[in-house]
Design a protein around this ligand. Structure first.
Ligand code: BGC
Length: 450
């Protein structure tokens, strides 16, 4: 009986934790870095809760050796982080900032020295401000700008980095950044959203193409998937479910794996839905080596004439547990999602590149312990859900908790804590929570969820 048939995790499974540059690094303008759109967004009144910024965040930029030592103590096998594009190329293209690139080189070396596998995301939402001035994701040239930046990263680090990710969650970039305006760059425009989505996908394709020219390892894409379940068998609810699923889940995967957009998007965007040349889909549809899935919650969907633009809204489940970000805890959705990917797009290697929850973590006890039983339970059930997907045939090769550290939760500032390690924002002291100890045990047992 092989590992999978026994319901265990395959050998070499990457047990990790994830962060992203703007959320943890701090020092956003240090050593010659250029500003990103988040730098600006945080300085636009009313956009981020409490006017908070990533200026200090977790100070990971200066404390990365301490953080890597902590990862080692926890027994992590892998660390997923993102590179800040404007640290590497302050104007987004052109001149390389050697000091900025040097930071990532030192971080990778430190990880490898500690036997921790780096998984590097090239774009986790912090677009260089200089490129936003030229239209950002609305400018078709961004595909080549992104490939140029990616190539700089590959040439410097591909000898040491074996897993590359182009984008983190393109859906969030367009939905938050261009449709609803809740995230940087803060646009609220139905016409822009499908354009931004398309150029994100073209940029992804261009970066994969560049990788094939110079890279020797593996490259993939990370999407956030949220399974949609219809609230009832009515035709209206079923159609609402299909629209929500097309918009959030298939909008980014169908073009990458099948070379076309889901039909429902025409209905969602109406006159704002553009036509694109066939050649664009050739670029987008580059074979990738793995898919990263970020999973947090599910959505039970019903028809709602007042919800724009989907005409679909979420039905709250009366008996469920909800996290501090109002997300239903639903581990079965992770198994369903991993199996859905396999069924719809084929048996591609998968990584759960983010999974975790914000809960209210009680104040530090006298002895310094931080108990976070809800997070422990969340992790236990979601890890079991991954194991169940593997037992049913999904080729899942790793799991990354979001997040290693409490950090800057975008428009919600520091109000939500996702970390398995508590960060005291006054002193920047790190204290592993009970969930970190639990996760350590899981990793040590390797195949067994205690
Ligand atoms: C993002 C993270 C974010 C997390 C929790 C994901 O959408 O990739 O940056 O902090 O979810 O909201």
């Amino acid at each position: 009986m092989n590992d999978n048939a026994a319901g265990r995790f395959p050998s070499g499974f990457l047990w990790g934790a994830a962060t992203s540059a703007y959320q943890v690094e701090g020092s956003p303008l240090a050593d010659g870095a250029g500003p990103s759109i988040w730098q600006r967004f945080c300085r636009t009144p009313g956009m981020v809760l409490g006017g908070e910024t990533g200026d200090i965040a977790c100070d990971h930029y200066q404390r990365y050796t301490e953080d890597v030592a902590l990862m080692r103590e926890l027994g992590l096998k892998a660390y997923r982080f993102s590179m800040s594009w404007s640290r590497v190329l302050p104007a987004g293209r052109g001149a390389i900032n050697a000091a900025g690139l040097g930071f990532y080189e030192r971080l990778v070396d430190e990880l490898l020295k500690n036997d921790i596998e780096p998984l590097v995301t090239l774009f986790h939402w912090d677009l260089p401000a200089a490129l936003d001035d030229r239209g950002g994701w609305l400018n078709p040239d961004i595909a080549s700008w992104f490939a140029e930046y990616a190539d700089v990263a590959y040439r410097k680090l591909d000898g040491r980095v074996k897993h590359w990710v182009t984008h983190n969650e393109p859906w969030v970039v367009t939905d938050g950044g261009y449709l609803h305006g809740a995230l940087a760059p803060g646009h609220r425009n139905r016409f822009e959203a499908p354009i931004a989505a398309h150029h994100l996908l073209r940029a992804h394709g261009a970066a994969v193409q560049a990788y094939r020219a110079s890279g020797k390892h593996r490259i993939g894409l990370v999407v956030n998937l949220e399974p949609k379940y219809a609230a009832s068998a009515s035709a209206e609810d079923q159609a609402a479910r299909a629209r929500a699923d097309a918009y959030m889940n298939r909008q980014y995967l169908d073009p990458v794996f099948k070379g076309s957009y889901p039909e429902e998007l025409r209905e969602v965007f109406g006159e704002a839905w553009p036509q694109w040349p066939a050649a664009d889909f050739e670029l987008i549809r580059q074979p990738i080596d793995f898919l990263g899935v970020n999973y947090y919650t599910r959505n039970v969907t019903r028809y709602d004439a007042n919800s724009w633009p989907l005409k679909a809204s979420m039905v709250r489940q009366p008996h469920a547990t909800y996290t501090e970000t109002h997300w239903e805890v639903y581990p079965q959705g992770l198994t369903d999602t991993l199996l859905w990917v396999k069924e719809r797009y084929g048996n591609i290697p998968l990584y759960v590149t983010e999974n975790g929850a914000a809960f209210f973590d009680p104040p530090t006890a006298e002895d310094g312990r931080i108990d976070d039983p809800l997070r422990v339970s969340y992790l236990r059930h979601h890890i079991a859900a991954v194991r169940s997907a593997i037992a049913k045939g999904a080729d899942v090769r790793g799991y990354f908790v979001w997040s290693l550290l409490d950090n800057f939760e975008w428009a919600l500032g520091y109000s939500k804590r996702f970390g398995i390690v508590h960060v005291d924002y006054a002193t920047l002291a790190r204290t592993p929570k009970a969930s970190a100890a639990y996760y350590s045990k899981v990793i040590a047992a390797h195949a067994v969820v205690p």
